[in-house]
Design a binder for this molecule. Structure first.
Ligand code: SF4
Length: 341
């Protein structure tokens, strides 16, 4: 079994990145097989429960109120609508339901609704995941007591590059929330975004930060920047896809027992690039035609790719991808208050 380490030096991570690609992929695939079934991929559903009008200034994000991306802001979705979406997702075979809100942090008046969503989705027998921004220790405790299984909070990039991307919070704020989530007993989903103009050293440092946490995040989303018109990152040069594959492989080697999620940016990846990412150790995806606000590959494309690659949903998930039907929200009406105010 590959050793679970928390003491990586930057030089060691850089040495992994610098390996000949075949050696790196062979090592990553070997580690992967020690911890996971080699041809299974975990699948999650993602629902935006409050879209846009976010006060934060993350330069990559169309949900920030500071950029003019044409995104229509939506208020917090009514609890019953979220439950209806969760029921539809479950009926279609999904086992985990992820709910995301574009907030700096949830306010006290939001918490009763959010907690109710967690309790009721959990009562359906589904795993629950949320991403709501920064959490206090008390909010993390309340979510854990309501039955939240996972909390997503990405580190995004290296501590050194972070200030180039976001000015409204700092790296320690991110680490504090992750710490609050851990102390409350929830599982952590945390990763980053590549292709934002960072240097190779920043990518290595991001993975070092994640792998040197006291406990590795159970889920590590590695996103390729989606360049959204109207955001400051709209004209960012493309990252070399091979460098992206390397990052997946290095994440797999450094966090052998974590699910590495091939996350945003999949829409713009060829089947061949996605296949390389799966070989490098990615074993989780979001399934559905839309992520929070950006496009994701169509279900049929995913099914066809999985069939071509001989990949199946992870054990405990639906046996047939055909069971997973689109259940994405249309939360345009019947909203109950403006959570963006
Ligand atoms: S905090 Fe989240 S929703 Fe808000 S701008 Fe940043 S990434 Fe977007």
């Amino acid at each position: 079994m590959a050793t679970i380490r928390h003491d990586w030096t930057l030089a060691q991570v850089q040495a992994l990145f610098a390996k000949p690609l075949n050696d790196l992929l062979f090592e990553a695939q070997s580690v992967h097989r020690q911890h996971f079934a080699p041809n299974q991929v975990q699948i999650s559903r993602l629902l935006s429960i409050k879209t846009g009008a976010c006060p934060e200034d993350c330069k990559y994000c169309p949900q920030s109120a500071r950029y003019h991306t044409g995104l229509e802001a939506e208020q917090l979705v009514e609890v019953e609508k979220v439950l209806a979406e969760a029921r539809a997702a479950q009926a279609a075979g999904a086992s985990r339901f992820c709910m995301g809100a574009a907030w700096r942090h949830p306010r006290e008046r939001d918490m009763p609704y959010v907690l109710k969503m967690v309790r009721e989705v959990k009562a359906m027998g589904m795993e629950t995941c949320m991403t709501l921004g920064m959490l206090s220790a008390e909010q993390a405790q309340a979510l854990a007591q309501a039955g939240l299984d996972y909390y997503n909070h990405n580190l995004d990039t290296s501590p050194e590059f972070y200030g180039e991307i976001i000015s409204t919070r700092n790296y320690d704020d991110r680490l504090n929330t992750i710490d609050n989530v851990r102390k409350a007993g929830m599982k952590v989903c945390s990763g980053g975004i590549l292709g934002m103009g960072e240097q190779a050293q920043d990518r290595a440092e991001l993975l070092r930060q994640l792998a040197n946490l006291e406990t590795h995040p159970e889920s590590v989303p590695i996103n390729m920047l989606v360049k959204v018109a109207g955001t400051p990152m709209a004209d960012q040069p493309d990252l070399d896809p091979i460098e992206f594959v390397r990052a997946i492989a290095v994440a797999r080697i450094m966090m052998p027992a974590s699910h590495v999620r091939l996350s945003a940016g999949r829409e713009n990846m060829s089947d061949e690039l996605q296949a390389m990412c799966f070989f490098a150790g990615a074993n989780s995806i979001f399934y559905g035609c839309k992520l929070l606000t950006t496009a994701n590959p169509r279900e049929n494309d995913d099914m066809a790719l999985f069939a071509r690659l001989g990949i199946e949903p992870e054990a405990g998930q639906p046996a047939h991808l055909e069971q997973l039907q689109p259940v994405l929200p249309t939360p345009q009406d019947e909203l109950f208050y403006d959570a963006a105010q």
